[in-house]
Design a protein around this ligand. Sequence first.
Ligand SMILES: NC(=O)c1ccc[n+]([C@@H]2O[C@H](COP(=O)([O-])OP(=O)(O)OC[C@H]3O[C@@H](n4cnc5c(N)ncnc54)[C@H](OP(=O)(O)O)[C@@H]3O)[C@@H](O)[C@H]2O)c1
Length: 351
Amino acid sequence: MSDVMRAVRCHRYAGLDDRGKPVPTPVPLREVLTLDEIPRPVNEPGHVLVRAHYAGVQYPDALQAQGLYQHKPGLPYVPGMDVSGTVIEADADRVQPGDRVVAQMSIGGLAEVVKVPAASVWRVPAGVDLAACANLGRNFFPAYYSLKVLGETTADSLVLVDGASGGVGMAAVELAKAMGARVIAGVSIPEKRDLPAAAGADRVLCYGTDRDGHRRFKDEVRAASAELGHPDGVDVVLDMVQGDLFEAALLSVVRPLGRICLVGFTAGQRPIRPGLILIKQAVLMGSMWGAWAANHQDGHQRNVAEILDFLASGAIKPRVDRLFPLERFIEGFELFEHNRGRGNTVISVQE
Ligand SMILES: NC(=O)c1ccc[n+]([C@@H]2O[C@H](COP(=O)([O-])OP(=O)(O)OC[C@H]3O[C@@H](n4cnc5c(N)ncnc54)[C@H](OP(=O)(O)O)[C@@H]3O)[C@@H](O)[C@H]2O)c1
C-alpha cells in the first residue's frame, strides 16, 4: 500500500483575520480548503487504522474551517469528525481487519486512511449501509445523549426538536421515536418539512424567520401538545437554533419543570430575561456530548451500543441526503456555509 494518501486540508481560517479576530464576512471556504496528498498514518498501540469509504460533513466542519468552532486545530489540519469504512489494522480486540466500522474523531476524517483510538471505533451491524452511517457520531451521539441523559426522555415524553431538518435534528427525531416518545419537529420554512416528517415526527411546524413567525409557532406547539395529550406543554426541548426563537417560543412551550437541552446556536445568541426561566420553572441544560463522553466512557459506550441496536433492529434508518465524491468535497462544505444543510451530508472517499 502506498505511503501517501489523499486528504482534505484547511490552510487558513476563513472567518478570522491575521490576528485571529473574527471578520464581518468570512472568505469563501473554497479558498481555504484543498484536496492534497499527505503521508498516510502509521498505526500505534491502542489504535485502529480504518480505510475510509465515507466521511461525514456537517455544520461544525464548516464552522471550524471558519475558525469559529470551539476547537481550533493548528494549521494546516485535516477536517472531518466521522467516517465509515473497513478496518486495515487493529491494535485492539474490539475490531478485526476487514470489519465494517464507524469511527469518531475530533479532526482528520476527510482522508483515505484514518487512525483512531480503539474506543472510538464500532462495528456496523450487518446489512446496514456504510454511507448512511457516515455521520453517526456527529448526529446521533449528541442527539441520544441529549434525549436520554439530559432530557430523561421516556416512552411517555413529548419532545420538541428545532432545526429538525438538520443533521442532529433529524437524528433526534428518529431516536426520540425509537424511544417511544411523541415528537413535534420545528423547521424555519415549509420547504424543510419533508425530512423530519419522513423521520417519523408526529407534527412538523414552522417557526419562520422572524418574531411573528416564532410567536405563531409558540401557539401552534401549545395546540399540538394538547392534542398529543400534554396540555401542560412539552417535556423535553432539544434546541439547535437559539437566536430569538429561544425566548419567543421555546421557554413558553415547555411544561413546568420540563427540560430544555441547549445543543447548538445556529441562529446566534440573544440576551434572555432570566426571570422567565424562574416563572416557567424550566430546567436549562447545556449539552456538550463530547466533554461528557470523555469523562463517562461506560455510559457513552452503552449509549453507542443502544444506538447500534436501534440500527440493527431498523428502529432508526439513517439515510444519505446529499452525497459528493471526494473531488467535489467543497460542495458539501458550501451547503453549511449558506444554511442549505439538510439531514445527512456525506463525502464518498473511496468505494
Ligand atoms: N452540543 C453538541 O455536543 C453538539 C454536537 C453536534 C452539533 N452541535 C451543534 O448543533 C447544531 C446543529 O448542528 P447540525 O449538524 O444539525 O447542523 P445543520 O445540519 O446545519 O442544521 C442546523 C439547523 O439550524 C437551523 N438554522 C437556523 N439558523 C441557521 C443559520 N443561520 N445557519 C445554519 N443553520 C441555521 C437550520 O434549520 P431551520 O432553517 O429550519 O431553522 C438548520 O437545518 C449546530 O450548532 C452544531 O454546532 C452540537
